[in-house]
Design a protein around this ligand. Structure first.
Ligand code: S3P
Length: 443
């Protein structure tokens, strides 16, 4: 069977061992393409994630007039059109499975005087877009067509974009980023006030490309105010993409759970707004060492050395959710093997990811014999060092549910099967080969 294809079965085997590097960060890869496309001149990106979500975003940007070429292994060149310079695309833009690509591109298009139709696959068509349209309409864009605030939708960008002050009602880096990207074309200051800080790649990359961005802490201590001065001339700057901590999470948890394992994950991004999983696993008793901590391309990175070992249940506070929002399915798998109960609080946003991830995670555990409850927006996993397995997991077009189920199957008594592995390629091309290289039995 070709790798990353439809059905996959994971079986317990010997220890996992070796040193590997997971692909580039999805959030940074998508932002590098979009900001490169808004810059006049050539931007070169190294270490780009060549996953389906990123490739769909690249095609959409090409349709908007940017010249984007692959010039080597994970090396890409972008010739941008400048802020506000997108051309009207001839056909609908297809973002596939990518919520980030779609929502950030909506923001970038909202500041241009063009009309574009945005579409995606069945998973993306089911996800809420009203939340992002609201600030973009305040900036001056108009939604011409959209059933129930979902894709497919047609957006007319603003002719005279206005700067706004926006306070998102949900902690979402996508909402923040879409607003800032639209604000690039507006005169004056666009402000986003976040009650809970979310990943800060957009503001960091905007500053890297020469925009004036201020980030201040709110007086209540936790939140942030991000101010962007509009209409900058963005200057091309090279971007180096570090390894994606959300992808590293899968071999990392597998190495913790498969007895006798010792794995090194090279060059993983350690941005504190992305490292909630490592904090949580460390509290659970995991042996994760940070080696050679350094800075690459403006981000903290480290090589992680992971040794298998027993975990214990913990309570994960709701405030930690933004820093590990994509890692809950695989954390729930780790919790299934832990001594005692793990309570993960405040997971409302998981219901609107590539699938209803709260329900899909609970179902993936249940079908494999793990005790699990959903109480309100909290997920409660009753752990035990031996997990039965033997289930067939429905993945709902969700890459992270697919990879989490595989990790469970590598450590459970009986093999675990997933109905569809094709979506793994959205974020982690080569996942099957990488795991096999560490000694995993995947067929
Ligand atoms: C992302 C933000 C998160 C995350 C997604 C990537 C980003 O979504 O789940 O995978 O790159 O900005 P939300 O902003 O909707 O929480």
């Amino acid at each position: 069977m070709p790798p990353d294809s439809a059905q996959l079965t994971a079986r317990r085997n010997g220890p996992l061992a070796g040193a590997v590097r997971v692909p580039g960060d999805k959030s940074i890869s998508i932002r590098a393409l979009i900001l490169g496309a808004l810059t006049v001149g050539e931007t070169r990106v190294g270490g780009l994630l060549e996953g389906e979500d990123v490739l769909h975003t690249a095609k959409a940007l090409q349709a908007l007039g940017a010249r984007i070429e692959r010039i080597g292994e994970r090396a890409w060149s972008i010739h941008g059109v400048g802020v506000g310079g997108f051309a009207e695309p001839a056909a609908a833009l297809d973002f596939g499975n990518s919520g980030t690509g779609c929502r950030l591109a909506l923001g970038a298009v909202a500041g241009c005087p063009i009309t574009a139709t945005f579409d995606g696959d069945a998973s993306l068509r089911s996800r809420p877009m009203r939340r992002v349209l609201e600030p973009l309409e305040r900036i001056g864009a108009r939604t011409l067509a959209s059933a129930d605030g979902r894709l497919p939708l047609t957006l007319a960008g603003a002719r005279d974009p206005m700067p706004i002050v926006f306070e998102p009602q949900v902690p979402s880096a996508q909402l923040k980023s879409a607003t800032l990207l639209a604000g690039l074309a507006a005169p004056g200051e666009t402000v986003v006030i976040e009650a809970q800080p979310t990943r800060d790649h957009t503001e960091k990359m905007l500053a890297h490309f020469g925009a004036e961005v201020r980030v201040e802490s709110l007086s209540d201590g936790s939140g942030r105010r991000i101010t962007l001065v509009g209409q900058p001339e963005l200057a091309p700057r090279p971007v180096v993409v570090p390894a994606d901590p959300s992808s590293a999470a899968f071999p990392l948890v597998a190495a913790l759970l498969v007895p006798g394992s010792a794995v090194i994950l090279n060059g993983v991004m350690m941005n504190p707004l992305r490292s909630g999983l490592i904090t949580t696993l460390t509290e659970m008793g995991a042996a994760i060492e940070r080696l050679d901590e350094r800075n690459e391309g403006g981000e903290a990175v480290a090589d992680l050395r992971i040794r298998s070992g027993g975990l214990r249940g913990v309570e994960v506070p709701a405030e930690r959710a933004p820093s590990m929002i994509d890692e809950y399915p695989v954390l729930a798998v780790a919790a299934a093997f832990a001594e005692g109960t793990t309570v993960m609080r405040g997971l409302k946003e998981l219901r609107v990811k590539e699938s209803d991830r709260l329900a899909a995670t609970a179902a993936l555990l249940r079908v494999n014999g793990v005790g699990v409850d959903i109480e309100g927006d909290d997920l409660i996993v009753h752990g035990a060092p031996r997990v039965l397995g033997g289930g067939v997991v429905t993945t709902h077009m969700d890459h992270r549910i697919a990879m989490s189920a595989i990790v469970l199957g590598l450590a459970s008594e009986r093999p675990v099967q997933i109905d569809d592995g094709t979506f793994i390629a959205t974020s982690f091309p080569g996942f099957v080969e990488l795991m096999r290289g560490l000694g995993a039995d995947l067929s």
